[in-house]
Write a protein that binds this ligand. Structure first.
Ligand code: NAP
Length: 310
């Protein structure tokens, strides 16, 4: 059976595309690796999505409602990892670990994943002190010291969130000015649990079983400092929020990419007819839930138009 639309990825872009495609009576399949929601489910507090709950909205609660809304319009779900694509013909073919899928159009909404911090021994200590999700792992560091790498909105917001659990939170940033928006910066500067290590990068992490030592370097002076966990703590936490990388490995050689992101026009068309991209995976200036949701709606309407014109 060939669907009208297959949507890859069930974050805000994919869920919004599913809502619009389902509501346009297109036979729609939403393929996701595991749980719907995408990256935003890792966010503990959302305060800038218009119409959201004013108190207590998080990424999980918001996308859970988006998924229910799409389901109202008969969207089908598959939980699979796509390993190969053939997008060239009028019927697009996707090969997953569990099955083969066919559609007249494909909307790529595969999003992005956190970039590694880039220090020595990082992989070895990921899950043993190093984390990329404060909402998931913050509670493991109750009463301990925590370091956060990065200076953008994510790093500063998550540092603030981590002060709920950690005794002290230190933001390590490679420059002497934060990139985060002013309102978030001000909250961090006013939080007495947060301090800053400016012009600094993490070079190496170490420990016995768990993370309890790291070497940082001042990028101006070149001076290296070894930071060790308090003896009574035995470990500290290190959270990386140094940006994201798009999930586009599957499309290399199939679609033109720019620094790994998919290029589209303003109507979400990629260079391949019948293939659209929406959300964080595409080249754009503002990666937010609202822009992802808008992309998804446009992509679905363009897919409907493409099928009509076929
Ligand atoms: P980002 O804005 O790209 O910031 C990444 C930060 O990590 C920057 O401060 C960057 O330093 C630093 N960095 C990058 N590579 C590094 C490396 N190799 N070593 C050390 N530091 C490194 O990423 P983000 O904060 O995850 O935000 C991504 C997007 O989501 C942005 O558009 C952001 O506005 C949005 N967002 C919005 C909200 C919100 O509206 N509430 C919340 C979270 C995220 P430099 O500053 O020196 O480049």
């Amino acid at each position: 059976m060939c669907y009208d639309v297959i949507i890859l990825g069930a974050g805000p872009a994919g869920l919004s595309a599913a809502l619009y495609a389902g509501r346009a009576c297109l036979k729609t399949l939403l393929i996701e690796k595991a749980m719907p929601g995408g990256q935003i489910t890792l966010t503990d507090e959302i305060e800038n999505y218009p119409g959201q709950l004013l108190e207590g909205e998080n990424g999980f609660s918001l996308t859970e409602r988006m998924a229910k809304q799409a389901d109202k319009f008969g969207v089908e779900h598959a939980y699979d990892t796509i390993t190969a694509v053939d997008l060239s013909g009028s019927e697009k073919r996707l090969t997953g670990m569990k099955g083969e899928y066919c559609a007249k159009t494909v909307i790529i909404a595969t999003g992005a994943h956190p970039k590694p911090i880039g220090c020595e021994n990082e992989a070895e200590f990921t899950g043993r002190g190093i984390s990329f999700c404060a909402t998931c792992d913050g509670a493991f560091f109750r009463g301990l010291e925590v370091y956060v790498v990065g200076g953008g909105d994510s790093a500063v917001e998550e540092a603030i969130y981590l002060t709920r659990f950690a005794r002290k939170v230190t933001i390590i940033h490679r420059r002497d000015q934060l990139r985060a928006v002013r309102s978030i910066q001000e909250k961090a500067f006013a939080n007495e649990k947060i301090s800053f290590l400016w012009n600094t990068v993490v070079e190496k992490v170490n420990g016995v079983d768990v993370l309890n030592e790291m070497t940082v370097r001042n990028v101006i002076t070149g001076e290296q400092t070894v930071i060790r966990a308090d003896e009574k703590d035995g470990m500290f936490g290190l959270f990386g929020f140094v940006g994201y990388e798009p999930n586009t490995a599957l499309f290399e050689g199939h679609l033109p990419l720019e620094r790994g992101y998919i290029r589209t026009d303003e109507d979400m068309h990629t260079a391949v007819p019948g293939v659209f991209a929406a959300g964080d995976v595409r080249v754009k200036s503002l990666r937010q839930v609202i822009t992802a949701a808008a992309d998804g709606a446009i992509a679905a309407m363009q897919a409907a138009k493409y099928i009509e014109d076929m």
